[in-house]
Write a protein that binds this ligand. Structure first.
Ligand code: GDP
Ligand code: MG
Length: 303
């Protein structure tokens, strides 16, 4: 790079790829703060989440996105839209895959991220190298590099924070010269309410199986910070059917209580403040197909 080191660089980096490869884990690791929820299940992230990393000479604005898949219902269509809008806004596209998939990328990733945006710098990150014997990574990288479409092919372990400094330095090298887009002391543009609702949703993902996590949304009904004492938060977990509601609540409310306890400690850690969390479960039939409800829960076409 032939730019004087005094020039500030800033820009947007979209992190895209198939579900579950570690996109949110990477953003959290780079920011050294958990702002995007992570679970072992695919399709945890439902909208683009902005993470801002400010350094002395650069500001990198990461856009974490839902995995690129073929949508089956309206919510998934909205999820895909938000990934697409991140791709459109990005200065750099960071395509992520995980090492166990070899040197192949799914069709959605090829079409939506690579073919369509070949004019932008596309970097390929091969994640989860901690899960394999190191020498097996090299041929995969070589094969990706041979395609000639990626500016860089970088192996990392987002979980173990392995090779992230290298990735960051490389990324900054591709950023345009620009003044910072955001104040240097903020890490995201989302509200505390949003993060709180995400932490509750994360616990539903962790504690329930099959369709329940995918049928659940969280709506904050009341959020009151008090001069003294705990912040009062009242939230609804919305599911699609009575049968799901019964499972979420559990015998004598045990299951919901567990969600509440886990969510509360996560929220308190994030807010660095004690909270009083009240959860209820509601049924909204087929909310994942209903435009107005999707908008209510923050899954609008534009986000
Ligand atoms: P996303 O759907 O692409 O955002 O993936 P997540 O960040 O939610 O991660 C999905 C799962 O992969 C979680 O269980 C993570 O802990 C795990 N994971 C992410 N990065 C790594 C990694 O570098 N190594 C290993 N072993 N697991 C990882
Ligand atoms: Mg994610």
């Amino acid at each position: 790079m032939s730019v004087a080191p005094s020039e500030f660089r800033a820009g947007y980096v979209a992190i895209v790829g198939e579900p579950n490869v570690g996109k949110s884990t990477l953003m959290n690791a780079l920011l050294d703060q958990k702002i995007s929820i992570v679970t072992p299940k695919p399709q945890t992230t439902r909208q683009r989440i902005l993470g801002i990393l400010s350094k002395d000479d650069a500001q990198v604005v990461f856009l974490d996105t839902p995995g690129l898949i073929k949508p089956k219902y309206l919510l998934q269509e909205r999820m895909l839209n938000s990934a697409e809008s991140a791709l459109k806004d990005a200065d750099i596209i960071l395509v992520m895959t995980e090492v166990s998939r070899g040197a192949r990328l799914p069709r959605e990733v090829e079409q939506l991220a690579i073919q369509r945006y070949s004019a932008k710098p596309i970097l390929l990150v091969v994640n989860k190298v901690d899960t394999v014997y190191k020498p097996t990574v090299l041929p995969i990288m070589a094969e990706f590099a041979r395609r000639g479409v990626f500016k860089e092919v970088i192996p990392i372990s987002a979980l173990q924070k392995d090779n992230l400094d290298d990735l960051l330095t490389t990324l900054i090298g591709y950023l345009p010269e620009h003044d910072p887009f955001y104040p240097l002391d903020i890490v995201s543009d989302s509200t505390e309410r949003f993060f709180v609702s995400e932490f509750i949703r994360e616990k539903v993902f962790e504690q329930f199986q099959e369709e329940i996590p995918y049928s659940a949304a969280v709506e904050i009904r009341d959020y009151r910070e008090r001069e003294k004492g705990k912040t009062y938060i009242n939230a609804d977990i919305v599911v699609e059917r009575e049968s799901q509601k019964r499972i979420l609540i559990g015998t004598k409310g045990e299951a919901l209580k567990k969600v509440g306890q886990a969510a509360r400690s996560e929220i308190e850690e994030f807010l660095e403040h004690e909270v009083f969390l009240e959860l209820r479960v509601k049924v909204r039939e087929h909310w994942r197909e209903r435009e107005a409800l999707l908008r209510n829960f923050g899954y609008s076409a534009a986000s």
